[in-house]
Structure formats: C-alpha cells, structure tokens
Unconditional design. Structure first.
Length: 124
C-alpha cells in the first residue's frame, strides 16, 4: 500500500492540541457520533486471499468514470446502516447526505446531547 502523506509540523501541533483538549472528556465520548465517507479510490492495494481460490482483481479508477461512494456513522451506542450515495464535492451536497442519512440513525446511535464530529474535510 502507498504510504500516507507526511504530516507537517503545523498539523502535528494542531493534532497534539486537539488531543490535549479532549483527553479529559471521559464519559463525554459516549455522546459523540462520528461519520466518514469513502469513494472507492483509496482502498488497499493488497489483501489476504485463500491460495486455493483464484485471486480477485479490482478495477482502478479512471478519469471520468464514476465510483461507488459509501457513507456511515458510528458511536459507542452502535452504527448506522451503510449508505450508498452519489459522490459530492460541495458543502451543500454533504449537508444533503447528512440530512438524508444521519437523521435516520441519530436517535438510535446518539442521544439528547449528541455531538456530531466529522473529519474536517474541506467540504465539511
């Protein structure tokens, strides 16, 4: 698999500050709901397979070809259903995904004082 991009000293400091702020949260972590999406372009290049069966090959993403995009949320109380979504690249598209899919699961995996925490991607 490809190595992750090098983290800059500035981002390393931001991460450390975030961790220091959150380390004392204790049971507050039970009120957090996380989500993420994947567009099928970032997955593993290698996988374990049974040598008695044929190896499977996955297609590569080519410019102009649409990929399958999935979205899900999870918390200490459970996880949402996996949602197959249309790729989006705008804040409005992301809000539509949350409106359509997060609302369906929030009562079950969240609570009255739930905090939704996303991964700070630019469209978020």
């Amino acid at each position: 698999m490809k190595k992750k991009p090098y983290i800059t000293p500035q981002n390393k400091l931001k991460h450390f500050e975030w961790y220091r702020e959150k380390v004392g949260w204790g049971s507050k972590w039970k009120q957090i709901v996380f989500s993420d999406e994947e567009d099928g372009q970032g997955g593993a290049r290698y996988y374990w397979h049974d040598i008695l069966n044929e190896e499977r090959f996955f297609s590569k993403h080519h410019s102009g070809v649409r990929t399958v995009m999935i979205w899900a949320a999870f918390s200490s109380k459970g996880k949402s259903k996996l949602a197959y979504i249309s790729p989006c690249s705008t804040a409005e598209g992301y809000k539509a995904i949350l409106s359509s899919y997060l609302k369906l699961s929030l009562r079950r995996i969240g609570g009255k004082k739930t905090t939704f925490m996303h991964d700070n991607a630019p469209i978020h």
